[in-house]
Design a protein around this ligand. Sequence first.
Ligand SMILES: Nc1ncnc2c1ncn2[C@@H]1O[C@H](COP(=O)(O)OP(=O)(O)OP(=O)(O)O)[C@@H](O)[C@H]1O
Length: 583
Amino acid sequence: MSLTRLIAGHIRGHWRPYAASALMLSTIAILTVWIPRQVGHVVDALVAHRIAGWDLLRELGLLVLAGLVIYLLRVGWRLALYRTAYELGRQLRTRLYAQLTRQGPTFFHAQRTGDLMALATNDVDAIEMAAGEALLAAFDGSLTLMLVLAMMTLGIDWRLGLAALIPFPLMAYAFWRISNHVHVASADSLKRFSSLNQQVQDSLAGVRTVRALGLVGRSRAQFSELAQEAGTATFQAQRWEAMFEPAVGLSLTAATVIALGVGAWLVGTNVISIGQLTAFTMYLGQLIWPMFAAGWVLSLLERGRAAWSRLHPVLEAPPGLVDTGTRDVPAQADIAWDSIDFHYPGMSRPALRDIQLALAPGRTLGIVGATGSGKSTLLRLLLRQYEPNVGTVRVGGLAAPEIRLEALRRALAWVPQEPFLFSASVAENIALARPEATREQIMEMAELAAVHDDIAQLPQGYDTLVGERGVTLSGGQRQRVAIARALLAGAPVLLLDDALSAVDSGTETQILDHWRALRLRHPERSLVVVSHRLSAVMEADEVVVLREGRIVERGRHEDLLALGGWYASQWRYQQLEASLDAA
Ligand SMILES: Nc1ncnc2c1ncn2[C@@H]1O[C@H](COP(=O)(O)OP(=O)(O)OP(=O)(O)O)[C@@H](O)[C@H]1O
């Protein structure tokens, strides 16, 4: 879809404010061209000594009244129009946000956060301007131009009109050249603003790393270079935009010189009066606005087009995952990875191969293996962040794609290794999936996640702000807050994706004991534990060991010890490490 079609569609949907603005602008244009005519009449009457006293005052009063009405209408059209242009901005931002929530990791892998933020702010602003000011200025400018030209040629003298217009084709050519440059320069400026945004985002997110590595100087230099580039690109666009004004000025000066020359001759030969020549020069002055409007409109439209060409592909990007599911998660949510093969998009090496695995309701599955062996990928397929290339993930006997995505994800309480805490209180963070939860319920889950005592130590307890603008929690505290959040969600399946990595083994045992106690109340709930520490899976009903995407060992803890493979040697190693730590 082009920008024109987008704007045309918007106008169709909001024709009333556009029509009201157009009506007001038309009235303004008519009054504007009436003014020189009126001045011409007054001048002629003064020259002929036909007017004085109250009559003169009345004629001048009419001019003042026209000026006042023009002023009020100018305020009126802006109010009517800006509201609807902002409405387009709101719609585009909402569409962008909805699109972002539909997308999966592949999309976000390809898009830079800074770019997406720039799209939602700068680019949408540029489109808003194109659909608002630019459109109405185009309408107003063309209408004024037509009326002024009509008054100059038909109302005064067509020869004088034609002669004065000689410089204008040259100006049109200059406009065309300038607007091409504005388009290229605007696109570049928007792109560089995105890069600057990205740098700010990266620097803020990684500020501690940058400081710790002593890279502050380099980071500043990089930022200053990007800021310089963005500034230069914006200046470049402005430089071309600034050319519009001299082009208008030159053309009008040339037109005025011609008009005065030809006009003097026409007055001398009594074809037109002095009052008409006065009106004509006033009309020439009135051509300034349509000319400026043309330059302004062209530059706004070029900015809008450049912004739309960046935003449109993102809005139209096919969702990473099509949610065609219609079913809810069955009550007995057993899970199965059925003959799964999977490789990440663009990667040749498979991340999972020939996976056959099942988890009955109320059971615990442990997934272990060396780093990069595919443990988290198993969970990502279950969460439908990616689709397997071969095989099917089943939940409650249904293929995962048959289930509504939101229902599927609500049934799986996932705690990643590095959970995200929002800028809100600890209580609100825990109650994310159940905002209606009572303080007692929140506290109960925090106790189960072994984080209640930590929260009690915070300055405002459960009301302490955490996240970006609040108190900084340790990695282990964040993990436990996220576990409390997942427990409160009350989902039938809890997925701990290395979510105990930052807590000590004593706390880990405590949390897993609490889980088992909780399961006495909810015997149908299942647990999947991905862990590097084998103590986290020793009570599991089944443990699988992954190596390079394949299941290479499986069984209960004792079976795996007896097998004498990777699990057994890793267990011995971790036991030794624990006893050394204790010593
Ligand atoms: N988004 C991705 N794109 C491409 N390859 C990926 C992606 N995510 C993971 N991989 C690769 O897939 C393989 C399995 O990754 P996965 O994250 O499942 O391993 P893991 O066993 O959970 O590792 P760890 O214990 O370090 O968390 C690895 O080789 C990894 O490099």
